[in-house]
Ligand binder design. Structure first.
Ligand code: FAD
Length: 291
């Protein structure tokens, strides 16, 4: 299939891109890595009349450490760059651990962090990871900018808080507190396929080894990344142990309203949620104990 006809614009600055987006209104679409958008055009599932290509805007790419220890990632930073970044490995190693699960290297060479978050595919890994890490996103339009937590940015199946005329320009990931462990687990039918289910987690211990913060977010349980707050809270106030981890994994499995599709039944996804949560928490707690 060939895409429907569109006008192609290649701005050289964010300002120019925002002006073009404002002019195009609902008919305009940003083009990042094209790894999701181009197939949608070719299948004629999207029919924008103007494509605004962000690839010629250098200021949208890059990874910067802030004085407070957080890391700021430009929206056009390629997924492969995230995967290989020493700064990301140091400040947000959950991202480094997750990246090899995102598609194949060829796709990660083009796909961007901003494209993945803006697309909000329910089986995508990065939305769940950003929610778990407490990241926030910068949204800019012609007249200003706003910051939203990743939690508030994702609003459902392929849907986000992005409004007409807005671009996602950066993602800020806060520093992990001391004695924090992390883990990402997923199961896919073949390596590089979208996840049937995945789990991103972080746990933080105090000096006496008691769990003070725990976050668990699922990839692809249903309409999108889903934070399992109730289950995670049951870890708080006690030292990690196998019985507690099993109890939380059971809670996660029974709490989700899993979707059935051609790839897996709802019961299978619930069982994956149990098994992967157990594995992820085991690894996250061992890392927190060594941190
Ligand atoms: P594009 O395709 O260019 O854009 C996607 C959407 O986001 C479009 O609507 C576009 O207008 C919008 N957009 C892009 N950037 C911005 C921005 N800065 N501000 C506002 N809107 C923006 N992904 C996974 O997470 N896990 C996988 O396992 C996986 N497997 C894949 C397997 C295959 C075979 C393919 C082709 C893709 C796969 N992907 C997977 C998707 C891939 O990660 C894409 O790179 C990603 O979803 C979209 O990023 P992109 O930069 O290519 O965005």
């Amino acid at each position: 299939m060939k895409p429907p006809p569109f006008e192609y614009r290649a701005p050289a600055s964010v300002e120019e891109a925002l002006n073009l987006l404002a002019e195009a209104g609902d008919d305009g679409k940003a083009l990042a890595g094209g790894q999701s958008l181009i197939p949608l055009l070719n299948f004629r599932l999207a029919r924008p009349s103007v494509l605004i290509d962000l690839n010629g805007i250098p200021s949208l790419s890059g990874i910067t450490l802030t004085a407070e220890g957080s890391v700021c990632i430009g929206a056009m930073t390629r997924q492969r760059v995230l995967e290989r970044s020493v700064d990301i490995r140091q400040c947000a190693p959950l991202i480094t651990e997750t990246m090899p699960h995102v598609a194949h290297p060829q796709i990660r060479n083009r796909g961007t962090i901003g494209g993945s978050l803006a697309h909000a595919e329910p089986a995508a890994e990065l939305p769940a990871v950003m929610i778990t890490l407490g990241a926030r996103v910068r949204l800019q339009n012609k007249t200003g900018e706003r910051w939203l937590s990743a939690n508030d940015f994702f609003t459902g199946l392929f849907s986000t808080a992005l409004e007409t005329g807005e671009l996602l320009t950066a993602v800020e990931v806060p520093a992990m507190p001391p004695r924090t462990g992390y883990a990402f687990e997923e199961f896919a039918r073949r390596h590089g396929d979208f996840a049937l289910l995945g789990v991103a987690t972080t746990v933080t211990l105090d000096q006496s080894g008691i769990c003070r913060d725990a976050r668990i977010t699922l990839v692809n349980p249903g309409a999108g990344a889903e934070r399992m707050n109730h289950a995670a809270q049951t870890l708080l106030g006690s030292a990690p142990n196998a019985a507690k981890i099993n109890e939380v994994a059971e809670l996660v499995g029974s709490a989700i309203t899993a979707t059935a599709d051609v790839h897996a039944s709802a019961a299978y996804r619930q069982q994956l949620a149990r098994v992967l949560t157990r594995r992820a928490l085991d690894r996250a707690f061992s890392r927190a104990l060594r941190a």
